[in-house]
Design a protein around this ligand. Structure first.
Ligand code: UT7
Length: 329
């Protein structure tokens, strides 16, 4: 839904990304499993990924990204009254990564919780924070996507282990009522969808209540690919429709970074030219819920995304879950 002008909008004040220290190239991976740089690049666009060390847990990566986002936003931890972390790879089954980030930053006000929508997690978290901020219940949110998928993949399974990487990205959103006569800034609309019938196509083989272990990622890649493009199109068109905008109005399209071929096919189907697409899958691989905020941090950092720009984020992932949010930066 598009907010009316008497309610506040959730305005982006800052963004930050953080990657683990160790970078692993395709060539290095090819020494561990039966794969090649050529196969990985041709099928996915990926050239490298970052792998977290033992001390670089999801909450450590999330906290580092959050510090950078707060600095970019010119806000201090005491300004934050809502922390939402999108992750499928928490340090512990509980407590939530969000409460660990809260403690690490010295935040004591408001609420902190994790949200699990796998690769769509960041879009779900932005939409959730937006609803809290628009309702007036909270004022300033840290929205984080953070993952250590390297802990969840089977390093003997070449069909999945080459695809994923670790990292975190964070965004500061603040509630602001905006003047009637100005073009509104902030989250303009968001659209979330889920369909649990697709569970088997992308899931982990374990969990606390079933196997008392975390399991490994299992993906029927071709099937996921086939669904992804249509699902992305569905939610992006919904965002255009809700705001009376179209591809020509967009400054930047920042999709979930799973596979270059999915990104290219989605942009082509939607009529979004390649020069408006932010692509970082080649640099970071698929970092699940962290991929969009990492891509945003990259494009803000190098000056591509600037104040006033219209930015579409979208993702699709396990569940299936999929969603979009249109943001005036
Ligand atoms: O982020 C959540 C959403 N996830 C996605 O969006 C991922 C969606 N799916 C994909 O990105 C692609 O399906 C993959 C990249 C996972 C796979 O690409 P594909 O073009 O669908 O390849 P495929 O699975 O059909 O495999 C083709 C061949 C197979 O060999 P045969 O059966 O043709 O002899 C695989 O065994 O490539 C083989 N293969 C590999 N070869 C070298 C699979 N993985 C590898 C590998 N290295 N790492």
């Amino acid at each position: 839904m598009t907010p009316d002008r008497s309610t506040p909008y959730s305005v982006v004040l800052g963004i930050g990304g953080h990657l683990p220290a160790e970078c692993v190239t395709n060539a290095e991976l090819a020494t561990r499993v039966d794969t090649s740089d050529e196969w990985i690049q041709q099928r996915t666009g990926i050239t490298r990924r970052y792998i977290a060390g033992p001390d670089e847990t999801t909450s450590v990566l999330a906290t580092a990204a959050a510090r950078k986002a707060l600095a970019a936003a010119d806000r201090s931890p005491s300004d934050i009254d809502l922390v939402i972390v999108a992750t499928s790879t928490p340090d512990y089954t509980f407590p939530a990564v969000a409460t660990q980030v809260q403690a690490a930053l010295g935040i004591t006000a408001g609420a902190a919780f994790d949200l699990q929508a796998v690769c769509s997690g960041f879009v779900f978290a932005v939409a959730t924070a937006d609803k809290f901020l628009r309702s007036g219940s909270h004022r300033c949110a840290l929205v984080i996507g953070a993952e250590t998928f390297s802990r969840l993949v089977d390093w003997e399974d070449r069909t999945t282990c080459v695809l994923f990487g670790d990292g975190a990205g964070a965004m500061v959103l603040e509630a602001r009522v905006q003047p009637e006569d100005a073009r509104p800034r902030g989250v303009l609309t968001s659209h979330l969808r889920s369909d649990g019938r697709h569970r088997d196509k992308l899931h982990t083989t374990g969990g606390p209540s079933s196997t008392q272990s975390i399991g490994h990622v299992h993906m029927e890649g071709k099937d996921v690919f086939r669904h992804a493009v249509g699902m992305v199109e569905d939610v992006v068109r919904a965002a255009f429709e809700a705001t009376g905008t179209g591809p020509a109005d967009l400054d930047w399209f920042v999709p979930h970074q799973a596979n270059r071929r999915i990104i290219d096919a989605s942009a082509t189907k939607l009529g979004i030219p390649p020069e408006k697409v932010v692509t970082t899958v080649q640099l970071h691989a698929n970092t699940s819920a962290a991929s969009i905020p990492l891509a945003l941090a990259e494009a803000v950092g190098d000056g591509r995304i600037a104040a006033g720009h219209l930015v579409m984020i979208e993702a699709m992932g396990g569940g299936f879950t999929w969603g979009s949010a249109l943001i005036r930066w």
